[in-house]
Every structure is written in structure tokens, then in C-alpha cells.
Design a protein around this ligand. Structure first.
Ligand code: SF4
Length: 309
């Protein structure tokens, strides 16, 4: 184990530690073996499609809210072709209250492309995954790593926070992922594929369960002895203000209320039914226009609206 020799408060403290992160791999992976949550998308029978669905849902939504929707989704659409054969509006309806419903449309679009281009099987090749509509760098890497055991840097908010603290020695990562973080994540990847895939899942779980955004529990952390931020005395965040997650009163809340009406109706609804969900007409119209522009809602003649067919 390479104990950092820098004194506290001397800034990033792992410069003298093993830059490859080799001293972090075993403790984090061993901890994961003992503490990983038993989640359905981690079972082998989930397959690549189950992993892909979970990754779409888990972006910006906690596990507890994802679990029931995930189970229903996979029961209804066990393969990409099943979802592709249904209307995109059905995906939006089944998305329920997971939030950020454009993800439902993107997942539907990916299912269509998988069916058309790949015979209905989620591709294992990273470039082919990345070429699917609605799949970005993160999801492609997550599916390739978690479903196919490949070696990719999988950088979600949890992993970024763990690396920021344990390696860089700061409390929080930047608001948006930087090239330096990507370089660091690649440098920290174990060399062999199975270990790299395990490391990706393990470091993510550590951020979700132990190295949380607030009230991190360092006493339960397997890398507390090496953690640069802890060893530096946990200096307070001095970067730009962190983005808040306000919801009440935002257009996002209004969009959620409008969509809830359309999800529950199984026939087109009148504008007046939508008008009842929010008191402020300008914001309400803006939210509805946004939903139409995003393809989540279809306007019909006669002031009617429905989910897209
Ligand atoms: S010691 Fe604390 S701050 Fe450092 S990685 Fe572990 S939980 Fe996070």
C-alpha cells in the first residue's frame, strides 16, 4: 500500500501514490464482492438489453424508483424488438414518473435501431453501441463493460465523485465531465478486461453507498487509508457553485404534470384537461410547447393532445 507522504492541506495528494490506481483496485473490488446490492440488472439473465434499460433509467433517477418500472418494462418488452414494435408513446406511458421522459423516447429509438441494424441483439462493439441513437459515451461504455465485461472507463456522477476525492483530493468533481477526468479514469483502469469491468461496477457502487455526495461514511470505506481528500483534512469545495436539483415550480415539474394526464388517458385529451394541472398560463404553454417540440406529445386537430403513436 502506498501511503501518501504529503502533509495535510497540501492539495492533490496522490501525486506520489501509484498513478495507475493499482493500490485502489483490490480493496474496492473486494469490498464490492461483499457489499454489492443484489439488483436485477446485475443478474446474468438480465442480458445486455436489461443492462441497457437499467442504464437509461438510472441516469438521474435513484435505484428505488427505477426498480418497479424496470421490472414492468422487462416483463412487457423482454427484447429490443418487442419495444420497437410498440408505439413510442407506449414507452413514454410506461416510463411513469421516472422523470426526464425524453429518455423513454431515446430508449425506444435505440430499440428500433437495434432491431433494424443488429437483428434484435444489443451489439457488444463499443463503436456500434455509440452509433445507436440516444446512446452517448457513458451508456455505450456502461453496456460494453457491465453486459459484455469489456475494459472501458465508465464515468457517472458516483465514480467521478470517488475519483475526485480519493485521487484528486477535492470534495466534488467539476459540474461537467472534463478531459482531465476522462484521462484519469482511463489511467486508473486495470489492465485486464474482467478486472476492469469489475472495477467499473465496484467504484460506482462505492460512490452510491459509501462515498455519497453528502455524509460520506469514510469509516466504512475500503480506501480510506489512501484517500487524498480525507488525508488532506477534507478541504471544503472551492470550485464553482454546484448545480442544484430544484424541481418545485420549474418547467420540468409542469411538464411532468401535463404528461401524467396524457399517460393516464387512453384517448386524446382536450386542452382544457391540461389547463387544469397548472395555474400559470405562460409557463404551462411553454411546457406544453416543449413537450411537443421534444416529440413526447402529439397535437391533433381540434385542440386535442395524445402521446405519440
Ligand atoms: S475515505 Fe471517505 S471521502 Fe475518501 S473515498 Fe472513502 S468515503 Fe470517499
Amino acid at each position: 500500500m502506498n501511503a501518501p507522504t504529503k502533509p495535510p492541506h497540501s492539495g492533490p495528494a496522490r501525486a506520489d501514490a501509484d498513478a495507475s490506481g493499482a493500490d485502489l483496485h483490490s480493496p474496492v473490488i473486494d469490498w464490492f464482492d461483499d457489499h454489492a446490492r443484489d439488483l436485477p440488472w446485475r443478474h446474468p439473465e438480465a442480458g445486455a438489453w436489461g443492462v441497457m434499460v437499467s442504464e437509461f433509467m438510472l441516469q438521474q433517477t435513484p435505484v428505488s424508483r427505477v426498480l418497479p418500472v424496470y421490472e414492468q418494462w422487462l416483463a412487457r418488452w423482454p427484447r429490443p424488438a418487442d419495444l420497437a414494435a410498440d408505439a413510442p408513446g407506449e414507452a413514454v406511458r410506461a416510463w411513469g414518473r421516472l422523470g426526464y421522459p425524453r429518455r423513454a423516447l431515446r430508449l425506444h429509438g435505440a430499440a428500433v435501431a437495434i432491431t433494424e441494424r443488429h437483428g434484435g441483439d444489443v451489439p457488444s462493439d463499443h463503436a456500434q453501441l455509440l452509433a445507436l441513437p440516444g446512446i452517448g459515451e457513458y451508456t455505450a461504455a456502461a453496456v460494453a463493460s457491465f453486459a459484455y465485461g469489456q475494459r472501458h472507463a465508465v464515468l457517472d456522477t458516483n465514480v467521478r465523485r470517488v475519483f475526485a476525492r480519493a485521487v484528486t483530493g477535492v470534495q466534488y468533481p467539476p459540474n461537467a465531465t472534463t478531459a482531465a477526468e476522462r484521462r484519469l479514469a482511463r489511467a486508473l483502469l486495470p489492465d485486464d478486461e474482467p478486472t476492469a469491468a469489475r472495477w467499473a461496477a465496484a467504484s460506482m457502487e462505492l460512490g452510491a453507498l459509501v462515498c455519497t455526495a453528502k455524509n460520506e461514511t469514510c469509516v466504512r470505506c475500503p480506501i480510506a487509508a489512501q484517500c487524498a481528500w480525507r488525508l488532506a483534512g477534507k478541504p471544503e469545495h472551492d470550485g464553482p457553485p454546484r448545480r442544484g436539483q430544484t424541481y418545485a415550480g420549474t418547467d420540468r415539474q409542469v411538464r411532468g404534470k401535463l404528461l401524467a394526464v396524457l399517460r393516464e388517458a387512453h384517448a386524446p385529451v382536450q386542452q382544457s384537461a391540461l389547463d387544469r394541472v397548472w395555474h400559470e398560463p405562460v409557463q404551462r404553454a411553454r411546457a406544453l410547447d416543449g413537450l411537443v417540440a421534444d416529440g413526447l406529445v402529439e397535437p391533433l386537430p381540434g385542440g386535442l393532445y395524445r402521446l405519440p403513436l
